[in-house]
Design a protein around this ligand. Structure first.
Ligand code: CDP
Length: 241
């Protein structure tokens, strides 16, 4: 995040209201959502948010192992987020690390509130998210894809969950940071929201923002999430029509 030395091409990240990828301040990156892309999973989705590309696959409800993790009155949602070796500039080391453990946990907490977990006591719903290409916003893309993959698997849900971030870059609050903005900006605020009651199920802040800046960011994020939810619904409808 902040403090990183900027290469010449990113010395100015906003010029005359335009960002380094040509977007306006309140504009999301182009979003593509595909459903049912992995034949051997019970449900799946592919999400492209700008250059960030993510696959999500759902297995279950099924038996949970190890048995000590079983919850008697509800299913367990287990989430495994991984970055593929070629998803980042420096080859990502395979296997779990602190960051992937953290993101798996926050994606799980972002999605759990909309799932009727109590309908499947003692069972496991497994969500696997693989990052094919990372260009900032992989956790928000993971929530978008995960939510659609769960719906595609027929898991009973109250609604969907969408997610996007806003951040502070060169004194401006921008929607949906790309990698240079994330790397050389001051802060990043990813937020996930339910489609039904717009409740926040994930909120993290990397860097520093004032209360007024956070309020401004949330207004942008709410608009972004409304659009993302419409795209999630459109993608799901496309499969069943
Ligand atoms: O991806 P997200 O914004 O949710 O999480 P982050 O930890 O703030 O990472 C921001 C970005 O840094 C990622 O999306 C990648 O583009 C980049 N990154 C990387 O290049 N190598 C890593 N090992 C981790 C992150």
């Amino acid at each position: 995040m902040s403090g990183a030395k900027r290469p010449k091409e990113y010395e100015k990240l906003i010029v005359k209201g335009k960002r380094c990828d040509g977007r306006k301040i309140d504009e999301l990156r182009p979003l593509t959502i595909k459903v049912g892309v992995i034949k051997r999973a019970n449900g799946s989705a592919y999400v492209e948010l700008g250059k960030t590309k993510v696959y999500a696959a759902v297995y279950g409800p099924k038996e949970l192992h190890p048995r000590r993790l079983v919850e008697d009155d509800k299913a367990v949602l287990s989430v495994k987020y991984s970055m593929l070796a070629f998803s980042v500039n420096d080859r990502a080391r395979p296997g779990p690390n602190r960051r992937s453990t953290e993101i798996s946990k926050v994606v799980k907490h972002a999605l759990e509130p909309v799932i009727f977990l109590e309908e499947f006591p003692q069972l496991n719903i497994e969500l696997i998210v693989d990052i094919i290409q990372a260009d900032a916003g992989t956790r928000t893309a993971a929530v978008i894809a995960g939510s659609v993959a769960l719906a595609n698997a027929g898991i009973p849900m109250k609604g969907l969950v969408s997610a996007c971030a806003a951040g502070k870059v060169d004194g401006e609050i921008l929607l949906d940071l790309n990698a240079p903005e994330d790397n050389f900006g001051d802060s990043d605020l990813p937020i996930a929201m339910t489609s039904t009651d717009k409740k926040i199920t994930l909120m993290q802040l990397d860097g520093v923002m004032t209360k007024a800046e956070i309020q401004k960011a949330i207004i942008l994020i709410r608009k972004g999430n409304d659009y993302i939810i419409s795209k999630q619904i459109e993608a799901l409808k496309g499969v069943y029509q």
